[in-house]
Ligand binder design. Structure first.
Ligand code: SF4
Length: 237
């Protein structure tokens, strides 16, 4: 007998070892997320994929699916919590969508649209953050980092390089470059690295590419984030 969970009232199958997120992606059901990518080890840090499982809050990217689970995902209450999380991300960093060259390709922006965020709501922290333009092909804007660690995981797990890390705790947490100078130019980071292409915001930018695709024709200009199919990688069963 095949395994299944009920997600927003719909019965969907899952394979042994899959998480709720894996099952939802395979079924084409969108659960908002920013720190998750099926290619890398689940992290569970952005909390956007939190769902209600049998009455308890769980991050769907880390919670293994279990036969008969009843999962609530797309409810007004859960989406309100998600919107507050996104609003906090917006005020914690310096996200200026109208002047950002990643506008239209940015998952943070697209998620805010999906959740119908109309204002940041909270007070901006306006933290002073540097940029790193030292690398010949890649620009780092720490103002836009949401600490999802996708670049950290991609560099470590796929590129085998360990270019990035997270330093500090709590509100002092920040992305760091693992070189003695702290500059990207002093690492072996390459524009072809997976880590150069996973950032869900505009924190890691490929130089001289920003406006190759005109505004109005970018990924999330064409489709809403919940309409884009992401392939799950967890096919082990
Ligand atoms: Fe995530 Fe981008 Fe920050 Fe890396 S630079 S942690 S990918 S937001």
């Amino acid at each position: 007998m095949s395994n299944s969970i009920t997600l927003d009232g719909k019965v969907i199958p899952f394979k042994e070892g899959q998480t709720i997120m894996d099952a939802s992606l395979a079924a084409g059901i969108y659960i908002p997320h920013l720190c998750h990518d099926p290619e890398f080890t689940p992290h569970g840090s952005c909390k956007l994929c939190t769902v209600n499982v049998n009455g308890r809050h769980m991050t769907s990217c880390t919670m293994p699916a279990d036969n008969g689970m009843v999962v609530e995902n797309n409810t007004p209450a859960i989406n309100d919590d998600r919107k507050a999380l996104v609003q906090m991300l917006f005020v914690e960093g310096n996200h200026t969508c109208p002047s950002c060259e990643v506008s239209g390709n940015c998952k943070l922006q697209a998620t805010a649209y999906y959740l119908e965020m109309l204002s940041p709501h909270f007070t901006h922290l306006y933290q002073p953050r540097a940029v790193d333009a030292s690398h010949s092909e890649i620009f780092l804007d720490f103002n836009r980092c949401i600490l999802c660690e996708l670049c950290v995981r991609a560099s470590r797990e796929v590129d085998g390089k360990n270019v990035f890390g997270i330093s500090g705790r709590g509100i002092s947490s920040r992305l760091v470059v693992n070189s003695e100078s702290g500059k990207l130019r002093d690492t072996n980071f390459a524009v072809t690295d997976k880590a150069a292409h996973v950032c869900p915001t505009g924190a890691i930018l490929i130089k001289r590419q920003g406006y190759r695709t005109p505004i109005g024709h970018r990924i999330f200009d064409e489709k809403k984030i919940d309409e884009i199919k992401i392939e799950p990688d967890n096919e082990q069963a």
